[in-house]
Write a protein that binds this ligand. Structure first.
Ligand SMILES: Cc1cc2nc3c(=O)[nH]c(=O)nc-3n(C[C@H](O)[C@H](O)[C@H](O)COP(=O)(O)OP(=O)(O)OC[C@H]3O[C@@H](n4cnc5c(N)ncnc54)[C@H](O)[C@@H]3O)c2cc1C
Length: 328
């Protein structure tokens, strides 16, 4: 039986993975998405972070890559399963037997839940084969340089669609940007909407996508239909960035007998412990009065929870000392 299962490899789960390894604990970490990194990786990889201790400024993508590199140093002790979720959890005398969706059955003494806001997947463009990848169709912007001087179409009318359209022009990536929205009014900050005109972004609204033209796994053009007068037009481009938002997969919390808030956040003690003595939680999935939700808060909760988990594994008198002293 291993010491711990960490559920979710967002920033907080990744940091917990690093610390778990340094603490000499053994176990597993699972991530429901294709890749680790959580919300920062999926939603805002190109954003600059200004609130990370020790970094005056760091790009989110670089920060998450650093977290992954740091965590993977401990992959001998902690096994990572990607694209894997919880199927069932059964309590035993000394821990848990957990069946995973990748058919692995694991036994662990403790569980640390770092599931954030759940496994979310971007809402996809219709009219396409969902099993296919299209190289120039992006649901997250992960590499801005590829878009340099390209013709880019942004689909969506929320904050992220409007912000990306502006960002591409304001940061001199390209000045050939079109935004397509199915309503007349955007659902974005008024100040950002006003910048669309200043940035000379072509606005096509209210239009919906009637068809998508594909050639050799690349989108070549879109057929748009006007919402009211039903006229159609065809729009070709080099890259298509879909910002329709995300849907969250059903939570696995029903598998656990832990107390939650009405909003399904897990209530934790200062120790990180939930209402179950051997289940802990940290990061965006965890709640206590007065909590400020950001990464640094989650990192603190994770290391604190792990400190208390070592006491379950090694006994109450155990004190691990500073992690940098035990793992150089
Ligand atoms: C637009 C935006 C900008 C932000 N800017 C900042 C900022 O500048 N600074 C800052 O500190 N914070 C910022 N935040 C907040 C920050 O992203 C969150 O605080 C942080 O992502 C929480 O990390 P987490 O690991 O707890 O959860 P998440 O990032 O949500 O990660 C949870 C992970 O767990 C996985 N998961 C969930 N359930 C399961 C399951 N059952 N099985 C397997 N895997 C599972 C998910 O797929 C996901 O990868 C921002 C948030 C947003 C939306």
């Amino acid at each position: 039986m291993k010491d711990i299962l960490i559920i979710g490899a967002g920033p907080v789960g990744l940091y917990a993975w690093s610390c778990t390894g340094m603490l000499g604990l053994t176990g597993y970490i699972i991530e429901g998405n294709d890749s680790p990194g959580g919300q920062p990786w999926e939603l805002y990889p190109e954003k600059q972070l200004y609130d990370m201790p020790g970094f005056a400024e760091i790009k989110t993508r670089t920060f998450i890559e650093n977290l992954i590199t740091q965590a993977e140093r401990n992959s001998k002790q902690i096994t990572y399963f990607g694209k894997t979720n919880i199927l069932t959890v059964a309590e035993t005398n000394d821990g848990f037997t957990v069946t995973l969706t990748n058919n692995e059955v694991i036994t662990v003494k403790t569980i640390l839940i770092t599931s954030g806001n759940g496994v979310f997947t971007p809402i996809r463009l219709e009219h396409l084969d969902a099993s296919q990848e299209y190289a120039n169709l992006w649901y997250a912007v992960k590499d801005l340089t590829t878009l340099t001087n390209k013709k880019v179409v942004v689909l969506g009318g929320g904050d992220s669609a409007v912000d990306w359209a502006n960002h591409l022009v304001e940061d001199n990536i390209t000045n050939n940007v079109t935004i397509i929205h199915r309503r007349e009014l955007y659902r974005a900050k008024e100040s950002s909407v006003q910048k669309l005109q200043q940035n000379k972004i072509t606005e096509l609204k209210p239009y919906h996508i009637k068809d998508v033209q594909v050639h050799q796994h690349q989108i070549t053009s879109l057929t748009l239909e006007h919402e009211s007068n039903k006229t159609t037009l065809t729009l070709a481009a080099d890259y298509f960035i879909v910002q329709y938002g995300a849907k969250v997969a059903p939570t696995m919390l029903d598998q656990f007998s832990v107390a939650t808030t009405p909003m399904r956040k897990i209530i934790i003690q200062p120790s990180g412990q939930t209402s179950h003595a051997h289940i802990f939680a940290a990061g965006n999935c965890a709640y206590y009065d007065g909590k400020y939700y950001n990464m640094v808060t989650g990192f603190g909760e994770a290391i604190n929870a792990l400190f208390n988990i070592t006491k379950i594994i090694h006994g109450n008198k155990y004190h691990p000392g500073y992690l940098s002293d035990i793992k150089k």
